[in-house]
Design a protein around this ligand. Structure first.
Ligand SMILES: [Zn+2]
Ligand SMILES: [Zn+2]
Length: 348
């Protein structure tokens, strides 16, 4: 039993775990599947994620499913052996953002697997870990641990759609970026009733995956002529985190359209397209993580209403995490790569 720690760029240490006993309101969780996300890759390859630098050994991982090992004495409704989705979000509950029902904007958020705070918020890439019982949602359906670990990134897509208006009935939607988040934004848009969802990227492989996942149309944004898609879309969801993708969104949406920024753009040297937004009355909105959409995502996965299987490229034992990170970083070969807890069978 090990806890995976990043000590510095490309330096992983698998630290043996001692005995772990949950307090009365806590549960001990065996990692089922843990999805490797862009932020985890930044921490591993660079020792930092934007301005968040790894200053002490940090366990990454915020996309996880698990199996309950032990439950604390006060915990009701949960028992050992249950398959659970794990919510990595710990909003404070009392700041103005939390009080207004927008917990994802919490001023004192503790989000697992993040160096945005010090001491760091330790993540879930460990064979066993303890969390408050309220962080887990049991599922009894036939959903696999690997699929269930998509609850977090699916929630990101569902939240982006909420920011785009929620009800997308009859809308034409463009998604820039065909990675995990882009594909899940596309799935979320279809769930919300979109008439047509188009996904673009600069690589062929992710576009193939996006079509398998349910996108209606795809195109290569690097070779397409903007004239062919200009003004075609009511809504654009920017999930590539690249300035050129934002340019594609601006060209793609019609006058009075909506752009939702989901991806993280570079901090520096970003020309802001204020006049295009002004003159065409574009609504340019941010979408950051999610709130109640996590619970919706768990329901959609458990009921089989969304199929995330095309997005799951490969699973590795936690002990092989370095190989998992290498594959996850290669977008020509991988969409979602997961690490699996000790004793959990590899499914993909
Ligand atoms: Zn993520
Ligand atoms: Zn708060």
């Amino acid at each position: 039993m090990h806890n995976l720690q990043i000590h510095a760029a490309r330096k992983i240490v698998l630290k043996p775990l001692g005995a772990l006993t949950p307090k009365p309101d806590e549960v001990l969780i065996r990692l089922g599947a843990g999805g490797i996300c862009g932020s985890d890759l930044h921490y591993y390859f660079e020792g930092k994620n934007g301005s968040f630098v790894v200053r002490e050994p940090m366990t990454p991982g915020h996309e996880a499913s698990g199996v309950l090992e032990k439950v604390g004495s006060n915990v009701r409704g949960l028992e050992a052996g249950m398959k659970v989705a794990v919510n990595p979000s710990h909003p404070c509950g009392i700041c103005p953002a939390c009080r207004s029902g927008r917990e994802n904007l919490c001023e004192r958020m503790l989000f697992l697997g993040s160096a945005s705070v010090f001491p760091h918020a330790q993540g879930m890439f460990a064979d066993l870990f303890i969390l408050g019982a309220r962080q887990v949602t049991p599922v009894d359906a036939g959903v696999s641990l690997g699929e269930l670990a998509f609850a977090e990134p699916l929630a990101v897509g569902l939240h982006a759609v909420q920011r785009a208006g929620g009800n997308l009935s009859g809308k034409r939607v463009l998604v820039t970026g065909a990675g995990t988040i882009g594909s899940l934004c596309a799935l979320a848009a279809k769930l919300a009733g979109a008439a047509e969802v188009t996904v673009c990227d600069v690589l062929d492989r992710p576009l193939t995956i996006a079509r398998q996942a349910g996108a209606d149309h795809t195109f290569r944004s690097d070779t397409a002529d903007a004239k062919d898609y200009a003004g075609r879309f009511d809504i654009a969801l920017e999930a590539a985190g690249h300035p050129r993708a934002l340019t594609t969104c601006l060209a793609g949406v019609k006058r009075g359209g909506v752009i939702v920024q989901v991806g993280t753009l570079p901090n520096e040297d970003l020309p802001f397209p204020a006049n295009s937004i002004m003159a065409r009355e574009i609504d340019y909105r941010g979408a950051f993580r999610w709130g109640i959409e996590f619970d919706w995502a768990v329901d959609y996965l458990a009921s089989g209403k969304v199929n995330v299987k095309p997005l799951l490229t490969k699973q590795f034992a936690l002990a092989d995490a370095a190989a998992a990170f290498d594959l996850a970083a290669d977008k020509t070969r991988a969409t979602k790569v997961q690490v699996m807890g000790a004793g959990i069978p590899i499914e993909a």
